[in-house]
Every structure is written in structure tokens, then in C-alpha cells.
Design a protein around this ligand. Structure first.
Ligand code: HEC
Length: 149
């Protein structure tokens, strides 16, 4: 009985611990690049290659996070936490996850990196600049599902 109780306590602790937001180490984040970002040219190819395979078409989107439109990409999914804080990339989970700053929430997930390549430092700099500059996404630009490399 005592053993059972200690398991229960450990279990509860694990649950409490996992729900508390992990503080990302922002010193590991590459700086945003200093130029004007063009969504279609700079950002879209990264999302299509590394994210959209799992956060694209409706029935397949992981964590109910759909990255096909600007607003859904900002809003996030089942976590109910905004994925993008427009104008503040350092506060955006989208960036924390892509830069592997949060354990168990690395995006793309570590197990899937053969199919969905890791986001490079230069790409993080670019995605940061995009968010800092207002996460602009013209209405007529849609994401398409490209075959993974
Ligand atoms: C191989 C599939 C896969 C790919 C590719 C992928 N993700 Fe994810 N993503 C997931 C899964 C699974 C979850 C849910 C993880 C969890 O909650 O434990 C998730 C959750 C998320 C969330 C949290 C959504 C919410 O509010 O619940 C964000 C933000 C996110 N991913 C961003 C990205 C970004 C940015 C990329 C591309 C750089 C990406 N993901 C690529 C599988 C993927």
C-alpha cells in the first residue's frame, strides 16, 4: 500500500510538472536577420518543407494546429496558447519549438527529422524577423503540401 501511494505521488508530481510552462533559454536563440522579409519567398518554403506535412490538411493536423492560413498559424492548436506573438518572436512558442528550446516540443519532432528537416539557425533568424515584422502573410498566398525531401 505504501508503495502504491508513493507511485501515486510521483505520478501527480509528473503531471503537475509537465503542465508548468518550461522557461526557454532565449540566449540560445539566433538573432533575427536585418532585412525585410517576404512571406512567399522566405517563409513559405520553410513551413511547407518542415511543418506543413503535420500541420496542414484538416484531418491530419497534429495537435489541431493548422498552418494553412495566417490567423490559424498565429492562434495555435489544442494547447490553447497562441503559437505566434505577433511582433515578438522571442515570446512565440512557434520559435521556441522550432529552435529546440523546449524539451519534448521540438519541431519538427526529433523522431521525424529524416522526413522533415530540422530548422537551421539561418532559418530561425529569418522566421524571427518575419514575426518581429508583423508576421505578414498576403491573403492570396496559400500553402501547398510539397513532397518531403
Ligand atoms: C512529424 C510531424 C510534425 C511536424 C513536421 C511538425 N510538427 Fe508541430 N506538432 C506535432 C505534434 C505531434 C504536436 C503535438 C505535440 C504535443 O502536444 O505533445 C505538435 C504541436 C505543435 C505546436 C503546438 C500547437 C498547439 O497549440 O497545441 C506548434 C506551435 C507546432 N507544433 C509548431 C510546429 C512548427 C513551427 C513546425 C515546423 C517547423 C512543426 N510544428 C512541424 C507534429 C509535427
Amino acid at each position: 500500500m505504501k508503495k502504491l501511494l508513493s507511485f501515486a505521488v510521483i505520478g501527480l508530481f509528473a503531471i503537475a510538472n509537465s503542465s508548468s510552462a518550461e522557461e526557454p533559454d532565449l540566449s540560445k536563440l539566433p538573432d533575427p536577420i536585418e532585412r525585410t522579409i517576404d512571406f512567399a519567398r522566405d517563409v513559405k518554403p520553410i513551413l511547407e518543407k518542415s511543418c506543413f506535412g503535420c500541420h496542414g490538411a484538416k484531418p491530419r493536423a497534429k495537435s489541431k494546429y493548422f498552418m494553412n492560413k495566417r490567423q490559424t498559424t498565429i492562434d495555435g492548436g489544442s494547447s490553447k496558447e497562441a503559437a505566434i506573438v505577433v511582433g515578438n518572436s522571442a515570446k512565440s512558442p512557434f520559435i521556441h519549438f522550432s529552435a529546440d528550446l523546449i524539451k519534448e516540443m521540438e519541431m519538427p519532432p526529433i523522431d521525424n527529422r529524416k522526413k522533415y528537416p530540422k530548422i537551421k539557425k539561418t532559418q530561425i533568424s529569418l522566421l524571427r524577423a518575419w514575426i518581429d515584422q508583423g508576421a505578414k502573410w498576403p491573403d492570396d498566398v496559400e500553402l501547398s503540401l510539397l513532397p518531403a525531401e
